[in-house]
Structure formats: structure tokens, C-alpha cells
Design a protein around this ligand. Structure first.
Ligand SMILES: [Cu+2]
Length: 461
């Protein structure tokens, strides 16, 4: 891995922010996975050869209504097999897009018809789920927005796909290899250029007292975004697509693990010309603008009252823990902690032998996906999983097909989520009702970790 660093600050010096025109979804029912050349780095640096949906980074935002049927034919114009996962959708299992588990990967030149209904309103996203460590890093992702029939009263609704790219500034190309052992065994592949909607200098304009809905999606391979609001008063109204029972005023940092989403309703409080936007925490403990809001003009003379909760989605009842099955999932491996041994392809191997096979991590003593699931559940059964992170790294654990809740130490439940951040030495417990039949992946969304051991699955029949 090269040692250079190209932060936004360096790139930004002397550059004025530019406005981003949000790509519109065309009148087509295809989703074409194709090569393209996109200017990710600032002007003056070479363009980046990417793999994209439809030629843009990110792919076009798909906007649908709750209850709608989404039909897209994936057309694979890449030289490698691929498939599409619709992250966070409580989907028909055959449409979940996991190559080797729910479908065969679509070969080059091939197609696959995705066709499913959207039971829940909220902020979701779609991304490649075949060799995703590489394919997502090369650009194969986009936002999927499911609108409420009764949408909240806001002046604007903005999708912000947060991401990062690991680029060679001399060539503009992605730093390779994607399966670098250093990335796999440590925090995953983090980029040297951070941005929003494919722009390192993303900016919006807004008037003072305007109310915006910001749909934040962490589409990065491994980066955990720690965010603060500047010049805005905000409320979190949904997490991972699912509305909170009541909006929670943002008083502290917003932490978004890879694949997590947060819907914010923000009121612009900054005066005209004063700084506003989203700040991100940097490794050197400073705060840097990630998404700037340029305040120009005034939309009202007084602020509005706090927003109301979003309308609830269906099937959000708390899981009944009285007859729940309970399983432990120890997470181990990686640099600085390691593990003694784990099962891999039916054999017990020591850490060194696992590394030779590209396996750095294990979930519940098992590296990588097996023929048999981690849990075999009857439809309607409630499962509790106690996650114990014995590694030296945080992991964003994602369950496909169903949302879960954290079960807190005092017995109360957290909000519905599809991805949860597990940090070292802080065990946490999740629970869910297995109400969606099928084979559902459960894996770390630091995609290099998922590719090197942290992937398992749950069967619901
Ligand atoms: Cu991980």
C-alpha cells in the first residue's frame, strides 16, 4: 500500500466548491454494470477508471413509493461475474443478490431480473454482492429511497452517499490489490480521498431556516464516519431506514458504520455566509467539512417547531424474548489480537495456516461461510445473538433480510437496525423475530473482513 495521503483539505486549497446536480433515474428498467471513467479526484488529477451502475459514481438514485414493485434487469457489461444486493430491504430471499447463496453470480454478458416489492419506507442502498470487497470499492453502489405515502414536511430531500476511495494520485486509478493482507487483517480498505455522491467537494446551497431531510448512507468499504452538525439544528428521524418512535435531537456526534444509514431532519440556523454543513472527525483529532451547506438568503423569519415522527413501517413489534433461542457469537482474529485456531472448509486450522488461506477472522469459531448455517430457525422463531468482539477492531455487523434490535443490559430494546457497530471488549446482544424465510447472510460490512472470514448465514424455514 502506498503511503501518500490526499485529504480533502489539501485537495481543496484554492478550489471553490462546486454544485452537484443529482442524477435522475431515467425511464429504463435496466441496471447496467459497466466500466466508466469518472473524475473523483480534483481537477488536475487524472480521471479514475471505475466499475459503475450506469456510468456514474454513485449509481443513479432509485426512488420508489412504499409498497411499490421494483423491477430492474441487471445487465452485466463487466468482465467479471456480479450480482446486486438491496441493502436493508426486507426482501424476497431469491432477490437478495448474494452470489453462491441466493443466486448464481451473473456472468459477463449475462442478465438477472430483480423483481420485488418494497414493504418499508426509508433510506436503503444497492451494491454489488459478488467479490464485494473489490466491486464496491470500484464503485458499484447507489441509493435506494422508498418514500412514505405521507412524507414529512421539508423543503428539500437530499441523498448523501458518504464514501471514500483509495486512489493513486499519479494515475487516478484505484490502489491494488484489493485483497491486500494489510487491509484484510487490520481495519479494512479505507480511502485516501473522502467524499459525498462521488464528489470530494460536495456542497449544497440552502436558505436560513430552511428544513432539509438529509439521508446519510455510509457506502464506504471500511470507514466509520463520525459526524457533527455545523450551523444546523437537527433531529435523527430514522436509522437504517426504520423510523424512530420519536425524533431525537442531534446533540452529539453521529456515528455511521459502513452500510449504516441515518435520516436527519435539519433546520439551517447559520446566518448567510456563515459556515454550515456536516463535519467529519479526522484521525488527527480535527474536524473537517465533509458536506458544506452554503447559506444564502432566508426562507422564514423564525425557526420551525421540532419535526414529528415519520409514519411507522409495518412489522415493527418488539421480539418476544420469553421463548427465544440464544446463541453466542465470538468474533476473533485480525492483527494485534489473532486467534488460536478456527474451522475453515471443514478443517481446524491454526492462525498461521488460516492466514495462508487468506482467512484472518472467525465468527463463532468458523472462518468463512459454510454449508450449514450458524442458526437454523423456524419461521417466527425469536433469536438472540450475543456478540463478543475479541478482536482489536470495530466491526459493522449486517443481517440480510430482517432488521434486529439491540437488547440492552437493562432489558430495554434499541431501535430497529440492519447493521450494528461492535467495538472491542464491549459485548452486545441483538434479537429479532425470524419472520422472513430464506438463507440470510450475517457478516461484517468492513468488506475486507467479510472476505477474510467474517461471514456466516442464518436459515429461516
Ligand atoms: Cu469487521
Amino acid at each position: 500500500m502506498t503511503g501518500f495521503s490526499i485529504g480533502r483539505r489539501a485537495f481543496c486549497a484554492g478550489l471553490a466548491g462546486t454544485m452537484l446536480a443529482r442524477p435522475a433515474w431515467g425511464a429504463t428498467d435496466t441496471l447496467v454494470a459497466q466500466k466508466a471513467s469518472v473524475q473523483l479526484a480534483p481537477d488536475g488529477y487524472p480521471a479514475t477508471p471505475v466499475w459503475s451502475y450506469g456510468g456514474t459514481i454513485p449509481g443513479a438514485t432509485i426512488r420508489m413509493g412504499q409498497g411499490d414493485r421494483l423491477q430492474r434487469q441487471l445487465v452485466n457489461e463487466l468482465d467479471v461475474p456480479t450480482s446486486v444486493h438491496w441493502h436493508g430491504i426486507r426482501i424476497d430471499n431469491a432477490m437478495d443478490g448474494v452470489a453462491g447463496l441466493t443466486q448464481e453470480a451473473v456472468p459477463p454478458g449475462g442478465t438477472f431480473d430483480y423483481d420485488f416489492t418494497l414493504p418499508d419506507a426509508g433510506t436503503y442502498w444497492y451494491h454489488a454482492h459478488t467479490n464485494s470487497m473489490e466491486q464496491v470499492a470500484r464503485g458499484l453502489s447507489g441509493a435506494l429511497i422508498v418514500e412514505e405515502a405521507d412524507a414529512p414536511d421539508v423543503d428539500r430531500d437530499e441523498v448523501l452517499m458518504l464514501g471514500d476511495w483509495l486512489l493513486d494520485p499519479d494515475t487516478g486509478g484505484f490502489v491494488e490489490p484489493f485483497n491486500h493482507p494489510m487491509m484484510m487483517s487490520h481495519g479494512g480498505r479505507t480511502g485516501n480521498l473522502v467524499g459525498v455522491n462521488g464528489r470530494y467537494d460536495f456542497a449544497l446551497t440552502a436558505k436560513r431556516h430552511e428544513r432539509l431531510r438529509l439521508r446519510l448512507i455510509n457506502s464506504a468499504n471500511a470507514r466509520i464516519f463520525v459526524l457533527r452538525l455545523q450551523g444546523m439544528r437537527g433531529w435523527t428521524v430514522a436509522l437504517d431506514g426504520m423510523p424512530l418512535d420519536a425524533p431525537e435531537e442531534v446533540s452529539d456526534e453521529i456515528v455511521l458504520a459502513p452500510a449504516q444509514r441515518a435520516d436527519l431532519i435539519v433546520d439551517i440556523t447559520a446566518d448567510e455566509g456563515a459556515p454550515a454543513g456536516l463535519l467529519m472527525w479526522m484521525d488527527d483529532d480535527s474536524w473537517e467539512a465533509l458536506a458544506e451547506v452554503k447559506v444564502s438568503g432566508q426562507s422564514a423569519t423564525t425557526p420551525r417547531p421540532a419535526p414529528a415522527a415519520l409514519p411507522a413501517n409495518p412489522r415493527t413489534a418488539l421480539p418476544d424474548l420469553s421463548e427465544a433461542r440464544s446463541l453466542d457469537m465470538v468474533m476473533e482474529g485480525g492483527a494485534m489480537a489473532g486467534m488460536e485456531s478456527a474451522m475453515f472448509e471443514g478443517e481446524r486450522l491454526g492462525f498461521r495456516a488460516l492466514i495462508e488461506k487468506g482467512q484472518f477472522w472467525a465468527l463463532a469459531g468458523q472462518a468463512g461461510r459454510t454449508e450449514t448455517p450458524f442458526a437454523d430457525l423456524a419461521l417466527g422463531e425469536v433469536l438472540r445473538i450475543r456478540l463478543e468482539n475479541r478482536t482489536a477492531f470495530p466491526h459493522g455487523m449486517h443481517l440480510h433480510g430482517m432488521h434486529f434490535r439491540e437488547v440492552r443490559a437493562d432489558g430495554s430494546f434499541g431501535p430497529l437496525r440492519d447493521t450494528i457497530l461492535s467495538v472491542p471488549d464491549e459485548p452486545l446482544e441483538i434479537a429479532f423475530t425470524a419472520d422472513n424465510p430464506g438463507k440470510w447472510l450475517f457478516h461484517c460490512h468492513m468488506l475486507a473482513h467479510a472476505a477474510s472470514g467474517m461471514t456466516t448465514w442464518i436459515n429461516v424455514t
